[in-house]
Design a protein around this ligand. Structure first.
Ligand SMILES: [Zn+2]
Ligand SMILES: [Zn+2]
Length: 366
């Protein structure tokens, strides 16, 4: 069949909207009509050449949709089901999947730019197209692994479902699953984009007493107030580390989160944490941008420095929990979506992201 998709041919050039050939789903695969795809900064890193992916590629790793057809042997979803798409396909059999860490699945990582069997479903002529994260959500239709499909209730709006596929699970999961923030603790969040706002939502869910939003954009800080932020700090206007220590009565924050993705902001989050505090790094830094961490402080101040990928969640088990939290009014995802686009407007959508428009943009029309 044919599908219209946004193709990245070369870094630092606009995405090209064109028609590609899409194979039928093979065994253990599912054809999904994409319903919504989030405009996430992780895709931008590939467009800007800050991260590498085999080109040409169809990006889009934050998505949801309706199952159109299933391939042989598929039992967990059927035509008509609403699904959240997981950008890691946990194989269920490798060391990490079988020890409760499907977000770190070995088979997914080793086949990262192809389907699980090392082949492609998107083509044009003799050219194969990389499906980012095996999802390629910037397309009308996509063939994805069955294990990437997380069934969800039909009442869940598709744009919210897409966000649960990346920024919600990554941000809220980092707080409740990775850092395990305790009620009454103090939290600083460096970077208030889509994932950062979800860290703030997670911190509120965990009943943090102080939630300090840190960002160089006044607009982002103002927007973050809607989600449970109690204090804002702008590093372009003040010494952000000193200010966080001030707000936390000279102790430093119990939990800090780095959600921007740079060496400098990892250092900032490390320095903002109190003795014995936990620093959770969520942002993906560009290749080669290394933080310089004071190893003596790490020891003598007993700080914990940890990474969290995909919220350290088990996607099939934890995404339905995120759905329930949204449906029961505990996660304010409605205010998070500030702009919607047609697929044809995708380059504008990324211009808006780079320009610093607040909240999340979502492609909802294909
Ligand atoms: Zn993302
Ligand atoms: Zn696995």
């Amino acid at each position: 069949m044919k599908t219209k998709a946004a193709v990245l041919y070369e870094a630092n050039t606009p995405l090209v909207i064109e028609e590609l050939d899409l194979d039928e789903p093979k065994g253990g695969e599912v054809l999904v009509k994409i319903g919504a795809a989030g405009i996430c900064r992780s895709d931008w890193h590939f467009m800007a050449g800050e991260a590498k992916v085999a080109l040409p590629a169809v990006l889009g790793h934050e998505g949801s949709g309706i199952v159109e057809r299933v391939g042989p042997g598929v039992t967990s979803v059927k035509a008509g089901d609403t699904v959240i798409l997981s950008f890691v396909s946990g194989c269920g059999r490798c060391h990490f999947c079988t020890t409760g860490k499907p977000n770190l699945c070995d088979l997914h990582m080793s086949t990262s730019t192809t389907m699980m069997d090392g082949t492609y479903r998107l083509h044009k002529g003799d050219t194969d197209f990389t499906p980012l994260s095996k999802l390629a959500c910037f397309s009308q239709y996509s063939v994805v692994p069955e294990v990437a499909c997380v069934p969800c209730p039909q009442e869940l709006p598709l744009d919210k479902a897409a966000l649960i596929g990346c920024c919600v699970t990554t941000g809220v999961g980092a707080v409740i699953t990775a850092a395990k923030v305790e009620p009454g603790s103090t939290v600083a969040v460096v970077g208030c984009g889509g994932v950062g706002l979800n860290v703030i939502l997670g911190a509120r869910l965990a009943s943090a007493s102080k939630i300090i939003a840190v960002d160089v954009s006044e607009g982002a800080l103002e927007f973050a107030m809607q989600f449970g932020t109690t204090h804002t700090v702008n590093p372009s206007q003040q010494d952000a580390v000193a200010r966080v220590w001030d707000i936390t009565d000279g102790l430093g924050a119990d939990y800090t989160f780095e959600v921007y993705g740079s060496g400098g902001t990892v250092e900032m989050a490390f320095d903002m944490a109190r003795k014995g505090g936990t620093v959770t790094v969520v942002g993906i830094t560009p290749d080669g941008d290394m933080p310089s961490i004071d190893a003596v402080a790490l020891v003598r101040q007993e700080k914990t420095l940890k990474g969290s990928y995909y919220g350290s969640t088990r996607m099939q088990a934890d995404m339905p929990r995120m759905v329930d939290l949204y449906m029961s009014g505990h996660l304010n995802l409605d205010a998070l979506v500030t702009r919607t686009y047609h697929l044809d407007e995708i380059n504008k959508a990324y211009e808006d992201l780079v320009r610093g428009e607040v909240g999340r943009g979502v492609i909802t029309r294909f």
